[in-house]
Design a protein around this ligand. Structure first.
Ligand code: HEM
Length: 488
């Protein structure tokens, strides 16, 4: 071993740090260790090493600069083999398959393609606002329908019908199983440490995980197959709406079984990755506006002065709305949608600042620790969009830009980032233009403080909180109706 392991909390014999790894807000525990042990922390579960990188320098040095050995994903027996997730993009091993998938992802959501989705994004945004107006308390379901509906349209040419649409419900159920059951607490199950446990007969004590895994695998297969079979059937029937899948499937030359396999799984990964992430960002935006009426008023004033009362915001307004831009950036930083990113796997032994990081370690970029770093973001736990209005040199601006972290790192960085840049911006800006957001009131007219808790193991989604969402004016409703009428 070429040097000591990075420091970390003292493990107990054999089991290691099992007791230190909690499923609830693991990023808080990891950040406590960062304060105690530094920006590279090592823990282990029965010998499986987990390394937390807690600073911009450490994530950049290892996950970005040494991306060729830090770009792998763990071969988890439970998640991958038993639950059937090994072909989902976020779990595929680094190599030919992941490269083919990334190429498809770039074809769908590369920066050059996004403007072609602008009209659809606008339509979906306007419908989203109408639904918020009609039924404000179900803002989470509306956001799922917005984000999932957008990817279902773009990828499969499928139009979601209602918040309880069959593919939206399937998506909701499967993403919940993935993040809160399969990947909870770092995603390491006893069978990942002792693979022979997978041969336990299902009647044996302790084999309950095998029954659960079989159930979840069947669901994941439905999730991957059903929307894809919809495109194939509509292509055969000639009823398809042009989409990413239909366009590629029409090119018969390309359609080898391997290509179809890649397409089917990549399509599913785009759909599944779009929902809870967007929900997390929108919920934090809503919460920030409820808690900071002064920021809301300032942003509305800016939107009003640029857009005026007679139309809705469009992408061409973006350069004229710097404070809205600052709110967007601060929402990403303050909200931290995926606080520990998704684990990478180190492919070769490595030495970093004299510390030995063994091959096979799971590497977590601790985005929470970075975005709460007081030296980079003074008063880091406060929502302060003004911090992005300050002119700073380009190197510092990049270091402070939450986009350098919140979409993950290196060769596995989020391929949905360009879509999010457009879709979430328009969503936020249109809400600011048309809606007022404030604390809900009790029967006596007293404001109710939103109760915030986080119970998702991967995404930092605030549990549903009370708030008041209503149209800003009759005129706002009128322009929304006009936008709808123009479409039909
Ligand atoms: C709304 C905000 C979003 C955030 C904050 C976000 C964040 C992330 C993060 C942190 C990762 C892990 C990166 C890593 O392993 O280093 C990731 C991976 C991924 N994201 Fe996103 N994401 C968002 C939206 C989307 C959307 C809309 C899509 C697709 C349309 C998408 C598709 C993916 C895929 C396919 C991966 C796996 C990439 C791989 O392992 O190679 N994401 N995302």
């Amino acid at each position: 071993q070429a040097g000591p392991l990075p420091p970390g909390p003292t493990p107990v014999p054999i089991l290691g740090n099992v007791r230190d790894l909690t499923a609830k807000e693991l990023w808080l525990a990891a950040t406590k260790w960062a304060k105690q042990f530094g920006d590279v922390v090592h823990v282990h579960i029965v010998g499986q090493g987990l390394v937390f990188l807690n600073s911009p320098e450490a994530t950049m040095d290892l996950l970005d600069r040494k991306g060729s050995i830090y770009g792998d994903k763990p071969a988890l027996v439970m998640a991958g083999e038993l639950c059937g997730c090994e072909t989902m993009v976020a779990f595929t091993r680094y190599g030919d398959e992941s490269r083919r998938q990334r190429r498809l992802l770039n074809q769908a959501f590369g920066v050059q393609v996004i403007p072609s989705y602008h009209p659809l994004i606008a339509t979906e945004t306007h419908s989203f606002i109408q639904r918020l107006v009609a039924d404000p308390s179900n803002y989470i379901d509306h956001t799922r329908r917005y984000a999932g509906g957008l990817t279902l349209s773009v990828i499969y040419g499928y139009e979601a019908v209602g918040n309880n649409d069959k593919f939206l419900s399937l998506g909701e159920e499967c993403v919940d199983i993935l993040s809160n059951k399969i990947a909870s607490g770092g995603g390491i199950w006893p069978v990942d440490i002792f693979p022979s446990l997978k041969h336990l007969p299902t009647w044996a004590p302790g084999s309950g995980f095998l029954i659960k895994a079989a159930e979840w695998k069947a669901k994941m297969e439905e999730f991957v197959d059903q929307p894809y079979n919809f495109v194939k059937a509509s292509l055969t029937a000639g009823t398809h709406v042009p989409s990413f899948c239909s366009m590629l499937l029409e090119d018969k030359e390309k359609c080898s079984p391997q290509f179809e396999f890649d397409l089917k799984h990549t399509a599913n990964s785009m759909y599944s990755a779009s929902m809870d992430t967007t929900i997390t960002v929108f919920c934090h935006f809503l919460l920030a506006m409820v808690l900071h009426p002064e920021a809301l008023a300032k942003a509305q004033k800016e939107v009003d002065s640029v857009v005026g009362p007679d139309r809705l915001p469009t992408f061409s307004d973006r350069p004229s709305l710097p404070f809205v831009e600052a709110i967007f950036s601060e929402t990403l930083r303050w909200g931290v949608p995926v606080p520990l990113s998704l684990p990478h796997r180190l492919m070769e032994d490595d030495v970093y600042r004299g510390m030995f990081i063994p091959k096979g370690s799971l590497i977590f970029g601790n985005i929470w620790a970075i975005t709460r770093d007081e030296t980079l973001f003074p008063n880091a736990s406060a929502f302060l969009p003004e911090r992005y209005m300050e002119k700073v040199d380009p190197a510092l601006a990049k270091k402070r830009d939450p986009r350098s972290y919140v979409f993950g790192f290196g060769r596995r960085r989020c391929p949905g980032v360009n879509l999010v840049e457009s879709s979430v911006w328009l969503m936020i800006t249109t809400v600011l233009a048309t809606l007022n957001i404030s604390k809900a009131k009790d029967d006596f007219g007293n404001p109710i403080e939103p109760k915030i808790d986080f119970n998702n193991a991967v995404f930092r989604i605030p549990d549903k909180f009370q708030c008041d969402i209503r149209p800003r004016s009759e005129q706002a409703l009128k322009v929304l109706r006009q936008a709808e009428a123009a479409r039909s």
